[in-house]
Design a protein around this ligand. Structure first.
Ligand SMILES: C[S@@+](CC[C@H](N)C(=O)[O-])C[C@H]1O[C@@H](n2cnc3c(N)ncnc32)[C@H](O)[C@@H]1O
Length: 286
């Protein structure tokens, strides 16, 4: 394991998350409470960067990937400090994945979902895998290297599908066996006719991207899971995960399918301080 979280606002005044991506360090600042003056927040961030430089022996501060919160016209925004446009290869067990530490808030690899991806790898052999809201497709890479017969990865973003195809090539996997589909997940599910033996659903908490129907995981997960369960084979397994902090699973779901909450086991040790980082459920047909 070479990419992991080392610090998550353990000292509340120093409100950042620090992640190691092999030889690179990624620091993401959390929003400070409104009553803390900007100068104080800025000084604390400087102190964090000093500490990171010392601990990780980094000569040039520009090498630290920093996602800084700035107040702009009343709204919180992350400001990019450096535009790199270059991706670097990192490793997660047998998988190679491309990350971009500088240009987006998210790096291409959600570290808190590492255990779920490893489960997928362990369960994929001889199965047809479906990855919904696939992002850069790292879970699909795990399924493929775990021996999935085929995989289908659905995402609305052409940027992320391109990234996924780069990830496939990096791992010597074929786009014919592991297809990426650009579509709105609910629209695609309502039209798709195939069956899948292993499904991962990791939707955004909220989305109001242009050209897509609005999505709110709390309000819309029951409909989404009904559509996805219709595509799950009789002996198949579906994993549903959400980063929504106050998520509550609709009671109707446990009445209709076999559901077990696997959140505790799915949170890796490096995220254990934050029991709400995500919630994860395993669904099978009753
Ligand atoms: C995997 S989800 C984010 C999950 C992550 N755990 C989090 O909460 O930040 C992000 C992906 O969903 C995709 N996405 C968002 N809305 C979508 C939709 N309606 N249909 C298909 N993909 C969508 C985005 O393009 C992105 O790649």
């Amino acid at each position: 394991m070479t990419c992991y979280r080392v610090y998550d606002a353990d000292i509340p005044e120093y409100a950042v998350a620090i992640d190691v991506y092999e030889e690179r360090i990624h620091v993401a600042e959390y929003a400070a409470p409104q009553d803390i003056p900007d100068e104080k927040t800025a000084r604390r961030l400087e102190e964090v960067l000093d500490a990171v430089q010392v601990v990780f022996k980094i000569a040039d501060r520009q090498e630290i990937a920093l996602k800084q919160r700035r107040r702009q016209r009343g709204t919180e925004q992350y400001q990019r400090l450096k535009q790199e446009q270059t991706k670097r290869v990192v490793h997660e067990s047998p998988v190679k994945a491309l990350v971009n530490l500088h240009d987006y808030l998210d790096t291409g690899l959600f570290l808190d979902h590492r255990p779920l991806r490893c489960w997928i790898r362990g369960e994929a052999k001889g199965r047809h895998f479906l990855n919904l809201f696939s992002y850069t497709g790292v879970a699909t890479l795990h399924a493929a290297l775990g021996g999935a017969t085929t995989s289908t990865s659905v995402d609305a973003s052409s940027t992320y599908l391109k990234w996924f195809n780069e990830n496939l090539a990096l791992n010597g996997l074929s786009e014919r066996q592991h297809r990426g589909v650009r579509a709105d997940v609910r629209q695609w599910l309502s039209e798709d006719q195939r069956q899948y033996d292993l499904i991962m659903v990791d939707p955004p908490s909220f989305s109001n991207s242009s050209g897509l129907p609005d999505f709110d995981v709390q309000a819309d997960h029951a409909e989404l899971l009904a559509l996805a369960m219709a595509r799950l084979s009789a002996n198949g397994t579906l994993y549903f995960s959400t980063n929504h902090r106050r998520f509550k699973l609709d009671d109707a779901i446990a009445e209709r399918w076999q559901v077990s909450e696997v959140t505790a086991a799915s949170i890796p040790q490096d995220f254990a301080r934050n029991k709400r980082i995500h919630a994860c459920f395993r669904l099978t047909h009753a």
